[in-house]
Structures are given as structure tokens and as C-alpha cells.
Design a protein around this ligand. Structure first.
Ligand code: FAD
Length: 394
């Protein structure tokens, strides 16, 4: 039986960062992962450039049944602390939009940073490790791996959520929580594209690939001003991924297709200047041409000139374009979701250390916990912050 001070399960963002910090604080750390590479999601993230944090990180950007839980960790290790670390490793980065920081070159640089930090903490990393069982007694935690037993005083679960099973996601963390009597909130795919009912999908079929700025609003009033993309399955793009976290099956979302321009004002000005211009060509000045064509084929945009457009038609049109109501059929699910909503109930964890209150020595960090960020680097920041807070207590 091999003995360590700490065993961490999951060599993703949270697990690697926690291992590195604990190792550098003098703990003997074993970091286990079921995959053949560490940080597989990091490599895929941000289109291969890893949106590693967000300059505007604040607790309001996180969903949880217990919205206060994330505050302590986010305050004690914040976005500027991680940016400092990125700077110390000489990694060049840029702000893409809305405070989102991406590597200039490659997400591999963030994985390399974490591996170097783990080396500095003399972390033992074991890949392709399947944990067959977890037992607890007065000496701590004993894990049966394929063929060997390992033991440590403290056990950290950093096995992530259920999104992208192809990248090694498993329900392991939820099962361990269950084994030790912790409540797990039901999980759901989030930051995920919407699918549409067949008739609507067929109507919008030729729009696949068209993107436009929107304001999208969920039934609970939450709204995001970001781009939307029509796909061959339904709707995607940052606006849709964001609102998917606030959408419940059966609900509608309301989409403003012209958030920057009041269509009433636009039509008024256009009618004065070009009364004989077709409504279609006029709208194509501010909306994607293919979208205007499809809406006209669907009789949503009348086939008239601006001077022929009567006030009833104009009212209906303006209403439809500023408040397009869509009822998604569902989402693309965990296969393409960036994150998992729900997870280990935070009321049973210390927000300072991430330790289970009633199970000494057992910690949960990262996405397995019921804390889910917006799109834009917020989820990695939660991984770094929760990992750091935990490491200080190991
Ligand atoms: P993970 O990074 O998922 O790590 C969990 C690890 O545990 C994995 O390596 C897994 O193989 C391992 N594991 C699971 N089960 C077991 C088991 N039974 N035994 C052993 N090991 C196990 N967030 C951002 O902030 N910015 C982005 O740019 C961004 N882009 C993303 C792009 C994609 C395609 C996806 C899917 C997600 C993206 N996210 C992004 C979300 C972000 O990747 C996650 O929130 C973050 O990785 C969570 O970190 P974690 O360490 O908790 O879990």
C-alpha cells in the first residue's frame, strides 16, 4: 500500500491546480486521472486557445442553489491572481471580448503551466487510473486502483461534470458524494445549443451558418446581449449557450433580432428617404440578407415597398423582429454542452475549504460542485479559485 498526504481524483483544471498548490505547500500529493492525458478539456477549450479567466469575474456570474457559496473562494484567489501566474509563465494572451482572456497561441500553454506547477510541488501524476473503490477509516481514505491500493489522510474529488463524455467525463464525483451521504442536486447540460421542433427547423433550414447580434431573454427575465448562430440542428452562438443555463424544458425564449436599432425608427427614416424601396431590401441593410429572405418566404415580412407598408403590418413586423418568441425542443445535451448544472450541494461544504462538513478529510472542487459559471472564462476561474481555497486547507 502506497501512502500519500493527499489523493486528488481528476487531473483537469481544478485537480491539477489544487495538486500543484498543495504540493508546493509541502504535501505529498497523488493526482489520478482516468484518461491518457491531463487537462483534456483545457486543450479543447476556447477553440484551442483556452479562455482561462474573465476580467469581470464576480459572484453574480455563477448559478447555484446557494449563490453565496462561491464568494469566499473567488475573493481569496481571484482572476488577477491567475493572470499573475500566466504572466509569470510568460504566456501571451489577449482580451477577445467582454473581459474574456485567451492565450495568443494555444491552450497547451495552460496545460504546460499546470504541469510545471505540479512538478514544482513534486506531485505524483498517474494517468489511465481507474478508481474501483473508496473506503474511509480512522487513518483516512483507501482507494483501490486497478491492481494497487493507495492511502491518504485527505481525498479531493475533482472529477468534473458530465459534459463531453468523449473527454473522460463520468458521474464518479456524484457517486462518491452519495456514498458519504452528501446530497447531489439533479444535473443538466448547460452552455449548450438549442434544438428546434421539426416544422420550425425545416422553415429555418437554409439559415444554417447565419450569425447576428441579439438580445436573448429567458422566461425568468435573465438576458444576454451576444451573438446568435443558426445551425442545422437549431440555435447556437454565445447568446444561446448563455441563456440555455436559465432555460427549463417547455419554456420560451424571446429574441431581439435588432437589439442596436429601433426598427420603428429605422423604417420611419427609410420611408422618408426611399419610399419606393422594397421593405425586404431596406431591412437587409441592418439584418442578414438570408434571414430577411427566409422571413419573407414565411410571410413574416410583407412583400411591399416602404410606402405601401401600413401601420398594422409595421406594428406586427416590429414586434416579431424585436420579440421573436421561440420554444426550443430541447438541447443538444451533454454531448456538446460545455458544463453541467447542479451537482454536490454546497450547503454541506465549507465555502472556505471545500471540505464536507460531516465527512472530515473529503473535499469537492471545480465543476462537480453545484456552482456553474457563465460562458467566457468564468468556469475555469471557479476551478482555479475552488482548487486554491481547498489546497490551503490540505
Ligand atoms: P474537468 O476539467 O472536466 O476535469 C475532470 C477530470 O477528471 C478529467 O480529466 C476526467 O478525465 C477526470 N475523471 C472523471 N471521472 C474520473 C474517474 N472516475 N476517475 C479518474 N478520473 C476521472 N470554461 C472556461 O472557463 N473557458 C473556456 O474556454 C471553456 N471552454 C470549454 C470548451 C469545451 C469544449 C468544454 C467541454 C468546456 C469548456 N469550459 C470552458 C468549461 C471548463 O472546461 C470546465 O468548467 C472545467 O474544465 C472544469 O474543471 P474541473 O477540473 O472541475 O473538471
Amino acid at each position: 500500500m502506497e501512502k500519500f498526504d493527499v489523493i486528488i481524483i481528476g487531473a483537469g483544471a481544478a485537480g491539477m491546480f489544487c495538486a500543484a498548490q498543495a504540493g508546493q505547500l509541502g504535501r505529498r500529493v497523488l493526482l489520478l486521472d482516468n484518461g491518457k492525458k491531463a487537462g483534456r478539456k483545457i486543450l479543447m477549450s476556447g477553440g484551442g486557445r483556452c479562455n482561462f479567466t474573465n476580467m469581470h469575474t464576480e459572484p453574480a456570474a455563477y448559478l447555484s442553489h446557494n449563490p453565496h457559496f462561491c464568494k469566499s473562494a473567488l475573493a481569496r484567489y481571484n482572476q488577477w491572481d491567475f493572470i499573475d501566474l500566466v504572466n509569470r509563465h510568460g504566456i501571451a494572451y489577449h482580451e477577445k471580448t467582454l473581459g474574456q482572456l485567451f492565450c495568443d497561441d494555444s491552450a497547451q500553454q495552460i496545460v504546460d503551466l499546470l504541469l510545471k506547477e505540479c512538478d514544482a510541488g513534486q506531485v505524483t501524476l498517474r494517468l489511465r487510473s481507474e478508481v474501483l473503490s473508496v473506503e474511509r477509516d480512522d487513518r483516512g481514505y483507501t482507494l483501490q486502483l486497478n491492481g494497487t491500493l493507495v492511502q491518504a489522510e485527505k481525498l479531493v474529488i475533482a472529477s468534473g461534470g458530465l459534459s463531453m463524455p468523449g473527454l473522460g467525463a463520468t458521474p464518479f464525483g456524484y457517486k462518491v458524494a452519495d456514498q458519504f451521504g452528501l446530497k447531489v442536486f439533479p444535473t443538466r447540460a448547460a452552455l449548450v445549443p438549442f434544438t428546434l421542433h421539426k416544422p420550425l427547423l425545416e422553415q429555418l433550414n437554409t439559415l444554417s451558418g447565419v450569425a447576428l447580434p441579439t438580445t436573448i431573454t429567458a422566461q425568468d427575465g435573465t438576458l444576454f446581449k451576444e451573438a446568435m448562430l443558426f445551425t442545422h440542428r437549431g440555435l447556437s452562438g454565445p447568446a444561446v449557450l448563455q441563456i440555455s443555463s436559465y432555460w427549463q424544458p417547455g419554456e420560451f425564449v424571446t429574441i431581439d433580432l435588432s437589439p442596436a436599432t429601433s426598427l420603428d425608427d429605422f423604417i420611419h427614416v427609410q420611408r422618408e428617404a426611399h419610399p419606393n424601396l422594397s421593405l425586404k431590401n431596406s431591412l437587409a441593410k441592418i439584418l442578414p440578407k438570408r434571414l430577411v429572405e427566409v422571413l419573407q418566404e414565411l410571410k413574416q415580412i410583407p412583400d411591399v415597398t416602404l410606402k405601401q407598408l401600413n401601420s398594422k403590418q409595421q406594428g406586427e413586423l416590429v414586434n416579431m423582429l424585436h420579440q421573436w418568441r421561440v420554444q426550443p425542443n430541447g438541447t443538444e445535451g451533454y454531448r456538446t454542452a460545455e458544463v453541467t448544472l447542479g451537482g454536490v450541494d454546497t450547503t454541506q461544504l465549507s465555502s472556505k475549504t471545500m471540505e464536507a462538513r460531516d465527512v472530515p478529510g473529503l473535499f469537492f472542487i471545480g465543476e462537480v460542485v453545484d456552482v456553474t459559471g457563465w460562458l467566457g472564462g468564468y468556469n475555469f476561474q471557479w476551478a482555479w479559485s475552488s482548487a486554491w481555497a481547498c489546497a490551503q486547507a490540505l
